[in-house]
Design a binder for this molecule. Sequence first.
Ligand SMILES: C[S@@+](CC[C@H](N)C(=O)[O-])C[C@H]1O[C@@H](n2cnc3c(N)ncnc32)[C@H](O)[C@@H]1O
Length: 233
Amino acid sequence: MDISSRLMKIVEMVPVSDTVADIGTDHGYVLIELLKRKKIRRGIASDNKAMPLEKARRNAAAENVAHLMDFRLGSGFETMKKGEANGAVIAGMGGILISELLESAAEVIRGLDFILLQPAQNPEILRKYLYEHHYKVIEEELVREDRRYYEYLMVKYDPTQSLRLGNHLDYVVGDLLLRKKHPILKEYLTSKITELEEIKDKIQLTSENAKRKSQEIDQKINELRGVRDGSTG
Ligand SMILES: C[S@@+](CC[C@H](N)C(=O)[O-])C[C@H]1O[C@@H](n2cnc3c(N)ncnc32)[C@H](O)[C@@H]1O
């Protein structure tokens, strides 16, 4: 079984645990690898579509770990009861969908020691949601695979965690990545700046609205440059 660097980072970040759920498991590779490495005792593979779940079951059988896994069909955490797993992984879905899945599962989430999130798009929307809903960010990571960058947030719901209202920059640049001067943070910020510059170049300044939009992008670019040039990673 060949596992990508994006998924391998998840395997590395998950702490040694009894039971871990993988929400939106698809191929099931994360749980299979965790079981093969004996980092977890059991895995709950959950997906809202039958075909991916079947794929996970076949892959697990091929790697001789299917007997250590449950395969559950349903959306988000609705396939789970509070206390069934120590931790959960949600990877490869957009930040908006991940926020919605967290929002609709308050009870199950209170029973988890960790949730490892790897948004495929809109990490800033997810970060805003987490900051505003009592999640503590325990660890953050960043991986480049081919030409794409992937962010990882290890979080825990903690009702004592004060709400944090930030600005755009707080949501785009992870605190912990900055604090530990992550080795690829600088190039990641450069890629974000390039993306914004490309968007700005496409704006035709024919209306007041367009001009405002262009100025807002300029401001975001300048903020990102400030962070990038101040970080030494
Ligand atoms: C792009 S794949 C990601 C698979 C794997 N987690 C990864 O990171 O490689 C997204 C998976 O999430 C599943 N999915 C989408 N919406 C879901 C939901 N609301 N609840 C559970 N699974 C969902 C899809 O069926 C698909 O298998």
